[in-house]
Design a protein around this ligand. Structure first.
Ligand SMILES: NC(=O)c1ccc[n+]([C@@H]2O[C@H](COP(=O)([O-])OP(=O)(O)OC[C@H]3O[C@@H](n4cnc5c(N)ncnc54)[C@H](O)[C@@H]3O)[C@@H](O)[C@H]2O)c1
Length: 329
């Protein structure tokens, strides 16, 4: 290893994905600057890194310019779940668009390589399954999800204009459903919802008949792909779909969570919301060919470590682990 560590900026570094990325970068010897405004991220997510000589955290909102000296930038800052990104939609668009302009400007000045965490939501309500990167999407520009979907689409536009106009080294990943420890417990996503409900002994809410499928990527697999994309030759700009193409029905997921938590929670059914897609699944042919990557963590293993995390988290809030509290109740 070189004695001069690479200086890496991670925006959104105290969030779910960002904290795992910071951990991996610190472990391999990079000098990491984590920037976050703590809107959805938590200091606790990176508290274990604060004692490391090559890690520092800075409270900053990326809608404002940032003047630091780094060699690489990972731009992850943006609330990712509908509950959070619809809370203040104008701020969400600002974070995606003005945040991207600020980070791209910084990368241009420093001649730094820059990664953008884009999303499968750029495909909107797709008419094609699974979606290849060439699919241009079907997004409603004036709907309640547009602040996120269109914000991320505009960020992609900016990245490719900086690439063409300023020869910037860019990497763009379209991330699909990812789960794992440090997900936000109240973000309304199906994995965290089911786990929290099961650990609390509350009924698991299943929408529709549960036959709709989702494809879940474990966070370690996702971060591995992000690091490989960043290390790929400069002509590999993306956009690249990153996710796990293994589909699971929501009903199967509910059964698995109940089995792995040992919960006695019942499953209750609710009507399917109108905008609930029947299928969400990435086509990762490109990522597999270009990065020699595919997810390797079985759903059962990923869920087991995610459940252990939520059990500790809920236990800290109630005193005792959530499963012991549930058992006592
Ligand atoms: N988790 C997924 O399944 C998923 C899927 C697709 C895309 N993504 C993208 O990956 C990135 C990380 O997602 P996540 O799941 O870790 O979400 P997260 O909400 O846990 O992390 C986002 C982080 O960005 C911070 N942040 C938000 N606005 C900011 C601002 N203006 N300035 C500075 N920091 C700000 C938040 O406090 C948080 O720590 C996001 O850009 C998201 O759009 C995630």
């Amino acid at each position: 290893m070189s004695i001069v560590a690479k200086r890496v900026l991670v925006t959104g570094g105290a969030g779910f994905l960002g904290s795992h990325l910071c951990e991996r970068l610190v472990a391999r010897g990079d000098d990491v600057l984590c920037v976050d405004n703590y809107f959805t991220g938590r200091k606790d997510n990176v508290a274990h890194l604060l004692g490391e000589a090559h890690f520092e955290a800075l409270r900053h909102d990326i809608t404002h310019p940032l003047f630091v000296e780094v060699d690489e930038i990972y731009n992850l800052a943006c609330p990712a779940s509908p509950i959070h990104y619809q809370f203040d939609p104008v701020q969400t668009t600002k974070t995606s668009v003005i945040g991207a302009i600020n980070m791209l400007g910084l990368a241009k000045r420093l001649k730094a390589k820059i990664f953008q965490a884009s999303t499968s939501e750029v495909y909107g309500d797709p008419s094609l399954h699974p979606q290849p990167e060439t699919y241009r999407g079907n997004v409603n520009p004036i709907g309640p999800r547009a602040c996120y979907d269109e914000g991320k689409r505009c960020a992609e536009t900016l990245f490719f204009d900086y690439f063409r106009q300023h020869s910037l080294k860019i990497r763009v990943a379209r991330i699909f459903n990812t789960y794992g420890p440090r997900m936000h417990p109240d973000d309304g996503r199906v994995v965290s919802n089911f786990i929290v409900q099961a650990l609390k002994g509350a009924p698991l809410t299943l929408y529709g008949d549960g036959s709709q499928t989702r494809a879940f990527c474990f966070v370690d697999d996702l971060i591995e792909a992000v690091l490989r994309l960043m290390a790929a030759p400069d002509h590999v700009t993306g956009p690249l779909n990153l996710g796990n193409p293994q589909e699971t029905s929501v009903a199967e997921l509910a059964e698995l969570v109940i089995a792995l938590t040992g919960s006695r929670s019942p499953i209750i059914r609710r009507p399917l919301p109108v905008d609930d897609p029947v299928q969400r699944c990435p086509d990762i042919t490109e990522a597999t060919a270009l990065l020699a990557w595919q997810p390797t963590t079985p759903l059962k293993d990923g869920l087991t470590s995610t459940i252990a995390y939520f059990d500790r988290l809920l236990g800290d809030r109630t005193g005792g682990t959530a499963s012991t509290v549930t058992a006592a109740a």
